[in-house]
Design a protein. Structure first.
Length: 496
């Protein structure tokens, strides 16, 4: 414990964001560059080095949080980087994108603002790259065994890096034209600039991982053919089968899934397109869905110059503080949070009729109506009670030239034929069934990430990738594995 009184003498201070009017004119990350380092050592000093650090349990990676907090407080960045990378392959991703369940489990959070664990993590990761503390780690010798990883999101990348470092020859297959999965085409650049992803991919290439882009397994290469080529196959394709909204008027033009919309904005940032064909510029936009994907659509539409943007959330507006009876510490509470996108929408008043920032809470879509050309023009909604039942007399309409559906994902997309060609069994939820070793019913085929777990967080995807790598390594080595396995396939977040 660096400062026994740090949690009493130092208030929580977070990484400041750039002014709204400035950041909505570009696609750069929302935070002030360089503003974290002057405060981060003091923030790390607030860590109490608890006898039982519940932050470990709240984080599926088992990150050694008190250890690297103490090292940062003493500005020992190299040692902090070693401890951070011991459990997390991609801390620069999680430090920007994870909602930080570790902070909800921080002991200090029982009655005070939690330690800024996420900010400390990203500060260590960025400093590691600047100082050269994250060099490639190629294996000392090769095992002669081969592994195919299908999907290059965080689960697939983590599995590939772990298996490569263990000495196996690994090829990652990605159906898109660039590596990264939703990290590449789904997460907006203002949340994580793609240079962080590209830098890590170069490290993986230097270690020996091979990448095969524009290759859909099941179409471009048969799934059974791929299985025959490799000693093991890891399926990490994510849960990309989006949920639909079955209401009248869904067939109208101008209604799109969020994951049809967001990748196009990312391609503009990549230089592939000058303007997105689904640009929100000058349009009245309504986003159906109150989660992170909806917030990503919100920030994107604001940057594209939408005339208005409103986000609908079927749940009631959360309280500002934790409900100790329903969601006691150290569970992750559902509270009112103001993301960067919501802060922008609030300050710019993108949705004058909204309850808070750009959101309408306890709102359910009834139908869409359009013009004579078959294009959507209005969204009809109604307020709902806690049981999601319509409240009489609360119907209203919103102008809507572009509607984005951000309703989550139900499981892996089967259209490529990968699952059916291999004969992989699915569970009752429609996700890939597997045993306690992450193995599917097909010998030598394993599954990790959202394709098997269901829609989850990036930190769980990385943990799954590390764990499935250990399972595959045990298969290929014929015994024990030196790779860490932070979670099992049936582990779930802490709940009351």
């Amino acid at each position: 414990m660096a400062d026994p009184k740090g949690f009493m003498s130092t208030p929580r201070e977070e990484w400041p964001r750039r002014p709204v009017e400035e950041r909505v004119r570009d696609w750069n990350e929302v935070y002030v560059p360089g503003a974290l380092l002057p405060i981060i050592s003091r923030q790390a000093n607030r860590c109490m080095d608890c006898g039982i650090p519940f932050c470990h349990e709240a984080c599926p990676l088992g990150n050694l949080i008190p250890e690297w907090n103490g090292l940062v407080s003493r500005e020992d960045w190299r040692a902090a980087s070693d401890r951070l990378h011991a459990t997390n392959n991609f801390p620069e991703f999680t430090g920007r994108l994870c909602p930080a369940p570790c902070e909800a489990g921080c002991v200090l959070a029982i009655n005070q603002p939690a330690v800024t664990i996420k900010n400390v993590e990203v500060a260590i990761a960025d400093r590691a790259w600047e100082e050269g503390f994250a060099p490639p780690r190629p294996p000392e010798r090769l095992s002669g065994r081969t592994v195919a990883v299908v999907g290059s999101g965080p689960a697939g990348l983590a599995a590939a890096q772990q298996l490569t470092r263990a000495g196996h020859t690994v090829a990652v297959y990605e159906r898109a034209d660039r590596v990264g999965g939703l990290l590449r085409y789904g997460i907006p650049a203002f949340k994580m600039e793609k240079r962080h992803l590209d830098r890590r991919l170069e490290q993986m290439r230097a270690e020996g991982t091979k990448f095969r882009t524009s290759t859909a397994i099941g179409k471009d290469i048969g799934a059974t053919e791929l299985r025959a080529r490799y000693d093991a196959v890891v399926i990490a394709t994510g849960a990309t089968a989006w949920r639909e909204l079955d209401v009248p008027g869904r067939e109208l033009a101008g209604i799109h899934q969020a994951m049809e919309y967001l990748p196009l904005a990312d391609r503009v940032c990549e230089g592939d397109l000058e303007v997105s064909p689904l640009s929100a510029a000058g349009k009245h936009v309504v986003i159906v869905g109150g989660g992170d994907t909806g917030a990503d659509c919100l920030g994107t539409a604001v940057r594209e110059g939408a005339a208005s943007v409103t986000q609908l959330d079927i749940y009631p507006q959360p309280n500002a503080a934790r409900n100790e009876d329903a969601e006691p510490w150290p569970t992750y509470p559902k509270i009112y949070r103001l993301s960067g996108a919501h802060e922008e929408a609030r300050d710019l008043r993108t949705a004058p009729a909204a309850d808070a920032d750009a959101r309408l809470f306890a709102a359910s879509t009834l139908r869409f109506t359009g013009d004579d050309d078959g294009h959507v023009r209005r969204l009809h909604l109604v307020e709902v009670d806690e049981r999601r039942q319509p409240v009489s007399g609360t119907g209203r309409t919103l102008p809507a030239d572009l509607v984005l559906l951000a309703l989550g994902f139900s499981g892996p997309d089967r259209r490529d034929g990968l699952i059916d060609q291999l004969g992989i069994a699915l569970d009752a939820r429609g996700t890939i069934a597997r045993d306690e070793d992450f193995a599917t019913n097909v010998p030598g085929v394993y599954a990790a990430g959202d394709a098997a777990r269901g829609q989850s967080l990036i930190v769980w995807a990385i943990a799954e990738g590390r764990s499935v790598a250990a399972a595959v390594d045990r298969l290929l080595s014929g015994g024990a594995s030196r790779l860490s396995a932070p979670i099992g396939p049936y582990d779930r977040p802490m709940r009351a």
